[in-house]
Design a protein around this ligand. Sequence first.
Ligand SMILES: [Zn+2]
Length: 445
Amino acid sequence: MKTPVSPHIDYQHPEKILQQLIRFNTTNPPGNEKACIEYINQCLKTTGFEPKLIAKDPNRPNLITRLKGKNLAPPLLLYGHVDVVTTEKQAWRHPPFEGKISDGYVWGRGALDMKGGVAMMLAALLRAKAENLKPAGDIVFAALSDEEAGGDFGAKYLVTRYPELFSGIRFAIGEFGGCATYIGRQKFYPIQVAEKQACWMEIKIKGPGGHGAIPIKGSAMAKTARLLNKIDQIHLPPHITTVPEQMIHTIASAMPFAQGLVLHQLLKPALTNSILNLLGEKGNSFRPMLYNTINPTMIRGGEKINVIPSEISIQLDGRLVPGFSPFDFISELRRIVGKDVGVDIISHDPCPAQTDLGLFALLSDIIREADPEGIPMQMLLPGVTDGRFFSLLNIQSYGFLPMNLAPDFNFFKTIHAADERVPVDAIRFGANTIYRLLEKYGSHV
Ligand SMILES: [Zn+2]
């Protein structure tokens, strides 16, 4: 497939912009986002924007540009990343970097995460320029590198080195959220207003070492096995924080009375676990929102087959609900691992304990207007996004990439997987809805 060079500025067909974006292989690592960012740069320049490229590594630039507003509201940030995750060892129906349109979908890596979102934002901006829209506040658009591998070349770099680019901004739109999801027969649009905090930890298990020919009981290996087993069996205590609480209220109120009643019981910590068990698979999406969670993901120990290691390291991917610190987490873990085992924090990305819901009413109105059948609701994302970096500048991000997906389209099973794709209709719906946001922004602030 030839790499496209000429910009596609047909904002009425955002799916064509998406096709072009997919054709740049921006698998991260290594990212190599340069050609893709350059394409966006050309699209914007051709239509009269004055974008700036800012790079820590010349092959991995970020783009930032501004649509002038009326200065009646603070600037609004739209941001999206153009890097994607690997397609290795996946069997795809259509090649992942071809950007093919077939059966009503745009196919390819990044269609959902999140070149689709970038295409929607770009289409809305190009339309705003073409139609001479002057929003209440400036619209700042940032196309970013390196979201999938930590943001060192992308959002983290911009926020720490160039915070002035974002001065005065209170709200931002990014991933994840705004796509239709179904519970029972009811359609909801979860808008991400908070995300969990990644808290990575390490436990070092010590034991007697020695020659592999001499049997040793109670070795670090055996202790490790026991500890992993305990972690597998444990139930940490539930924590009901405001965002999932609001979400569950919204869902329960839209359900038939008896089902709503059961769902409401999730909010009583003494019953949370039993209700989740009762809900079975349907409860799985609620579980990470209501608990601090932990998963052992890496083990290191032992260099030679004939040497019994005296130390083994277990790395744990911990995720904290907003408002909790790593120290709270460690004291929860202590009850499982015991007092003697050392738990070290490897890294912790904090997120604000409180959500600034100042834009939520407007986003909800826009969703209701775009799809009267859908009910907007707040959502806490179990994972992390670039939003955590922008929150360091006191910018509240909203995961708002509106897609009116059908009930049989499973967003979370398609993302990062083979056959990632997005309905053409959903991309157009998103571009129109984001354009509506540019029109109405400022009316609620
Ligand atoms: Zn993403």
